[in-house]
Structures are given as structure tokens and as C-alpha cells.
Ligand binder design. Structure first.
Ligand code: ATR
Length: 290
């Protein structure tokens, strides 16, 4: 079959990428807007990155999202970082414009947009507990600090990554008190003012289980408990929080909102929100679950 050279190619790069739902929502949006474009999965080794970015420079690929484990590795191939990507130090959206490769990060803004939409929480002056200091944790912590939270506890398995993130946040946000702990020392941390708990680790996915959810007994009774893991919908954390009557924030919302923002960066057009949401819902039968 002849290739359609006028078709714009977008996609997601990472490893693994097989289970990504991004193609479903972006392709639905292209169809809805009548665009001659498609969005594919590119499973890459780290050694593939230079050649891949050369293809972006030659405009054979118009733009990509970036997922595990390349959100920091791709920084080497980017000409211009948006202020968000620069501050966060990681990129999840890449596009070619005006002769240059641009890197942006929509994870944090997408997370906060979804949280606000689904829970109506006012983040200003709140005390927050975040689990995880990986790529997603990095972006989400920046966005929470930008939204004016009063304090942030970052609980992470490895202390070196938590320290890296804590130090970066302290240099950017003088009005938020930031400190870190690990899963063992969490028991010594005061949690009674915590209004929001966010899981950005992979706990709850692929049968990875939490050792203990006893921290839920120590946070404010009207707190929001949020998990960015979206498969399964009712993660172990959210199930535990539901049993205790907390407000819940599910992970699919962030996927949608970061995708909306990425689509708008790729195309400079308004994303068809409902089409993209419906495409995700159809794919996951997400809201049919209890
Ligand atoms: P992402 O881009 O999705 O954030 P990542 O950068 O690989 O992915 O980060 C994964 C996060 O999940 C990290 O905070 C990681 O903790 P470490 O910094 O100690 O590696 C956390 N994580 C993964 N598996 C975990 C487990 N079994 N228990 C606790 N934390 C885990």
C-alpha cells in the first residue's frame, strides 16, 4: 500500500507502551476534527532515541508523547523547553515548530485540572502527602506547589530520588514547606492536617501491593485520596479510602487532561474534550465499574 505522505504522524514513545490508551483518545480526536493524522505506539530502546529524534527534525514525525522511562532522557534531544518542562526537568510532549524541537510537560497541569474538575478541592494553603518521586511525581509536585499548597510531604521508597525532588522544589517555591520521608519513617510524621493524599507510584498496578494503608487513619476525615494508577479503577489505595468514607479521585482523569493539553500543543487547535473522554470510556468500560 502507498504511504500517504500528507498524513501527519504522532505517537507515544516509551518502553513498555503496549498498554497505552493515548492512541485511542488522540485518534478519536483526529477523526472528529477531520484531520489527516494518526497516533501510533513506538516501543523504543534507549539506543533508538537519536534516530527517532532525527525523524522528528526531518518532520517525518510531527510530535510525540513520552512515557516511562524516557521523560528525562529526551531532554538531550530538545532545542526549546517550555517553562513548565524546564522547571520540572522532564518532558512528556514533544513537537516540531518553527524549525525547532520543543519539549513540554502536561502531566502536572493535567493532574491539577483533573483534580479540580472531579473533586472541587481548593489547593491553596492545603497540606498534602504525595507518594512517589519518579517522573509523574516530579510533575505533580511542581503543579501542586504552583497551585499554592502550604506544605508537601513526599514519601518515596528510595530516599535519593525524594531528596532530589525536595531540593528542586525548595529552590522554586518559597511559600511551600517541603520535606521527604520513606515508608518506614512515615509513621513519625504528623498527618492530622493532610487534606490530600496522592499516589504517583506504581503501587496498585500489576499486583504491586501496599505494605500498609494505616496512614489513612491519621489524615483529615474530609481529605481527598487520589491515585494516578487508572488500571484497575478501584486500586487498593482507593478501595481502602472508600471503605473509610474519603473523597476519591480516580486516575483516568489525569490521563485525559494531560492528553487534552498535549493535543492542543501538537495541533494548536482546541481539543474535542467529550470525544476524547468518550473514547477512553469506551476503551476501558471505566465508568461501568462500581
Ligand atoms: P513514572 O514516570 O510513572 O513516575 P518512574 O519514574 O519509574 O515512573 O517512578 C516510579 C515511582 O514508583 C518511583 O517513585 C518509585 O520509587 P523509587 O524512587 O524508590 O524507585 C515508585 N515505586 C515503584 N515500585 C515501587 C514499589 N514496589 N514500592 C514503592 N514504590 C515503588
Amino acid at each position: 500500500m502507498m504511504e500517504d505522505e500528507s498524513e501527519k504522524i504522532f505517537g507515544i514513545i516509551g518502553n513498555p507502551v503496549e498498554h497505552s490508551l493515548s492512541p485511542v483518545m488522540h485518534n478519536a480526536a483526529f477523526v472528529a476534527l477531520g484531520m489527516n493524522a494518526s497516533y501510533k505506539k513506538f516501543k523504543l530502546d534507549v539506543s533508538d532515541l537519536p534516530h527517532f529524534f532525527e525523524q522528528i527534525r526531518q518532520q517525518k514525525i510531527a510530535g510525540v508523547n513520552v512515557t516511562i522511562p524516557y521523560k528525562q532522557a529526551v531532554l538531550n534531544f530538545i532545542d526549546v523547553l517550555t517553562p513548565q518542562a524546564k522547571k520540572i526537568g522532564a518532558v512528556n510532549t514533544v513537537y516540531f515548530r518553527d524549525g525547532q524541537i520543543h519539549g513540554h510537560n502536561t502531566d502536572g497541569l493535567g493532574y491539577v485540572a483533573s483534580l479540580k474538575q472531579d473533586t472541587k478541592i481548593q489547593l491553596k494553603d492545603k497540606h498534602v502527602l504525595v507518594f512517589g518521586a519518579g517522573g509523574a511525581g516530579l510533575a505533580i509536585c511542581h503543579a501542586l506547589c504552583e497551585a499554592g499548597i502550604k506544605s508537601l510531604i513526599i514519601c518515596n521508597r528510595s530516599s535519593s530520588k525524594a531528596k532530589y525532588l525536595t531540593d528542586r522544589l525548595k529552590t522554586h517555591y518559597r511559600n511551600t514547606v517541603v520535606f521527604s520521608c520513606d515508608f518506614k519513617t512515615l509513621v513519625n510524621v504528623m498527618l492530622d492536617q493532610i487534606s490530600l493524599v496522592v499516589n504517583t507510584t506504581s503501587l496498585g498496578m500489576n499486583n504491586q501491593s501496599w505494605n500498609s494503608l494505616s496512614f489513612l487513619n491519621r489524615i483529615k476525615s474530609d481529605a481527598v485520596v487520589s491515585d494516578i494508577v487508572y488500571n484497575p479503577k478501584n486500586t487498593e489505595l482507593l478501595q481502602g479510602a472508600k471503605n473509610k468514607g474519603f473523597n476519591l479521585h480516580y486516575g483516568l482523569g489525569m490521563l485525559l487532561q494531560q492528553g487534552i493539553l498535549a493535543f492542543e500543543s501538537f495541533t494548536q487547535q482546541r481539543a474535542p474534550f467529550e470525544v476524547m473522554q468518550q473514547a477512553l470510556e469506551n476503551q476501558t468500560a471505566y465508568f461501568a465499574e462500581s
